[in-house]
Design a binder for this molecule. Structure first.
Ligand SMILES: NC(=O)c1ccc[n+]([C@@H]2O[C@H](COP(=O)([O-])OP(=O)(O)OC[C@H]3O[C@@H](n4cnc5c(N)ncnc54)[C@H](O)[C@@H]3O)[C@@H](O)[C@H]2O)c1
Length: 257
């Protein structure tokens, strides 16, 4: 297990107990970190507060990642409450249902804008906001969550595949920008897991079945496996790793057919 004793972390992207970000929050807390969680809207506030109550001394704050003001307020609160930050987990993603399920050639201009804003620009904006807090701690680790649909065509992923390709490119550029401040930027490319976001992808059960049949490990991954890889990338054990997309997918990416 990674050791995050005394670390201060921000986790963006918890919707409910099935969220990958919640699994990472729990694993990071178990490894010794103090955690700040965000909720994007009043609708999800209660969910997030209920989950946060299971953590030791958490901070809970609003943050709709499409709002520059809310991101600035979040950074100011973290500065006041934590006085710095060691890691950021970015697990926010969204695309309108029609643009997710329609053929890519039918993607609307607005659907494209929303998907890229929520799922990609948010990483850039949040990284910029927390970098000064990480500098106060001598550096930090930023981690986001991606999927193989960035590199390969997968059914009903469409505009989100385009967004994930942009997200992964952003990881590399941000890693280059922030490396001199000892801030690392990485992504985990997770295998499919049944979550709220996954429920928006038609035929998801079929994808799970194909993974079970074809991955080298002949199974799917679970939340705790992604969370264990995440605590490695968020903590000092990965201190020389940056600009990396780590596949946590039971090996699916390695096979042809
Ligand atoms: N579930 C999978 O199979 C899978 C696989 C690989 C990667 N991922 C990625 O993991 C990440 C987390 O997704 P998940 O599967 O845990 O689902 P999830 O629905 O639990 O998490 C997505 C989160 O994005 C948040 N979000 C959406 N719009 C937002 C906004 N405007 N401001 C702030 N937050 C916003 C939602 O509130 C939610 O908490 C996503 O980036 C997803 O693409 C998921």
């Amino acid at each position: 297990m990674a050791d995050l004793t005394g670390k201060l972390g921000l986790i963006v992207g918890v919707a409910n107990k099935r969220s990958i970000s919640w699994a990472i929050a729990q694993a990071a807390a178990a490894a010794g970190a103090r955690i700040a969680l965000t909720y994007p809207s009043e609708r999800l506030e209660e969910n997030v507060r209920e989950l946060a109550a299971k953590l030791d001394n958490p901070i809970v704050m609003p943050c709709d990642v499409t709002s520059d003001q809310q991101i600035a307020d979040l950074a100011a609160t973290l500065d006041r409450e934590f006085g710095g930050l060691d890691f950021l987990l970015h697990g926010a993603a969204f695309a309108p249902a029609a643009d997710l399920n329609n053929p890519t050639v039918q993607t609307s201009r607005e659907g494209f804008r929303i998907a890229l804003d929520v799922s990609v620009y948010s990483l850039i904006a949040l990284s910029r906001a927390v970098a000064p807090l990480m500098e106060k701690r001598g550096g930090g680790s930023i981690l986001t969550l991606t999927y193989l649909g960035s590199q390969r065509v997968l059914p009903n992923y469409n505009v989100m595949g385009v967004a994930k390709a942009a997200l992964e490119a952003s990881v590399r550029y941000l890693a280059s920008d922030l490396g001199p401040q000892n801030i690392r930027v990485n992504a985990i490319s997770a295998g499919p897991i049944k979550t709220l976001a996954a429920a928006g992808i038609s035929g998801f059960s079929n994808i799970l079945q194909i993974y079970r049949e074809r991955t080298p490990l002949r199974r799917n991954v679970d939340l705790t496996e992604v969370a264990d890889a995440a605590t490695f990338l968020l903590g000092p054990a990965s201190r020389a790793v940056t600009g990396e997309i780590l596949m946590v997918d039971a090996g699916f990416h390695a096979v042809g057919i």
